[in-house]
Design a protein around this ligand. Structure first.
Ligand SMILES: [Zn+2]
Length: 325
């Protein structure tokens, strides 16, 4: 029997996924449950362990003989060396020793922990359709996150905050205030939240516009998703908001491309509907703002890791630790 299975925990702000993932990225068993942020971390990770036990039973896997270790991704800061969750802003948890919580359930098991977006980048390298050893992962969702793979390794930086593409400043003249406290960050101009806010602003300024009429007629909330539908229905102002967001994204990506010369850029997060609306302006900006012919034509692809990207990322932490011995 070979130990080629990782137990994986993708701890999210609203839901947590746990499961067993083999070294080809196949999910053998999985459980999904709501993260109760009022819970103590001990209770949460005990629940994770219990669901992993269910997965082991269901897929007939022996933890002792077949599982290499446990990989954990967290929506925040992690100290991978010491298996520590430093800060999870959603839950308000600080300095939780995830390693000792899990080892109280499985003594001596190896525990790897990382920020979720960084781990997604690693998961893409292990299990995705690309084979580049230099890669930039971008999650475009309610916020914007970035993960870096350089020379086949996940780059975390001195404090674990490397790759924060969402907080690269892209607008200096008319900056929006960002959740981080700075102004003009990419996240404040191109995230789903920022896109929705821009649409709401325009509608309140010009209540006689086609955009306003579209939303009045349908009586739906002005969200990024509904705005994308408006764009696909031919509402020019909606398209323009997405083009502008794409321009900002292109600016941030061009800085990263010139610095890192990645083989490709991988887009994840809930952007399936809206990526096509941003793509042309993203590519146009990159073409004019990077050096090198290959950089100008850099492949930008949507991840195929899907909804379970974070879970596969967590598993890849276990397999990459094994490679490093
Ligand atoms: Zn910011």
């Amino acid at each position: 029997v070979t130990r080629n299975i990782a137990a994986a925990i993708d701890f999210g702000g609203t839901k947590t996924l746990v499961g067993l993932v083999d070294d080809t990225g196949e999910i053998l068993a999985m459980r999904r449950f709501s993260t109760k942020i009022a819970d103590l971390p001990e209770i949460h990770f005990a629940r994770c362990a219990r669901f992993i036990e269910e997965c082991l039973h269901e897929s007939n896997v022996s933890f002792r003989d077949q599982v290499l270790g446990v990989g954990v991704t967290v929506p925040g800061l992690a100290d991978s060396l010491n298996g520590l969750l430093i800060h999870a802003p959603y839950a308000g948890w600080r300095n939780v020793s995830v390693k000792s919580l899990l080892q109280s359930h499985w003594p001596n098991v190896s525990v790897s922990i990382a920020n979720d977006v960084n781990a997604c980048a690693l998961g893409e390298m292990f299990f995705g359709k690309t084979s580049y050893k230099n890669m930039l992962w971008v999650t475009v969702s309610t916020g914007i996150g970035g993960g870096l793979i350089v020379g086949g390794r996940m780059v975390e930086g001195e404090q674990g905050i490397a790759g924060e593409l969402g907080h690269v400043v892209v607008e200096w003249e008319h900056p929006n205030v960002c959740g981080c406290g700075n102004r003009g960050c990419l996240e404040a101009h191109a995230s789903g939240t920022a896109i929705a806010r821009e649409a709401q602003k325009r509608i309140s300024y010009r209540s006689d516009s086609r955009l306003a009429a579209y939303f009045t007629k349908r009586a739906v909330d002005v969200t990024a998703k509904h705005l994308a539908e408006a764009a696909l229905n031919g509402i020019e102002e909606a398209k323009e908001i997405y083009r502008k967001a794409g321009t900002y994204l292109g600016r941030a990506l061009s800085y990263a491309i010139n610095l890192l010369n990645p083989g490709c850029i991988v887009i994840g997060g809930g952007v399936s509907l809206s990526w096509e609306l941003m793509e042309p302006s993203v590519k146009e900006i990159i073409k004019g703002a990077v050096i090198g012919e290959r950089n100008k034509r850099i492949p930008i692809i949507k991840t195929d890791l899907g909804y379970e990207a974070g879970l596969k990322g967590a598993a890849s932490l276990v397999f990459s630790n094994q490679l490093e011995g």
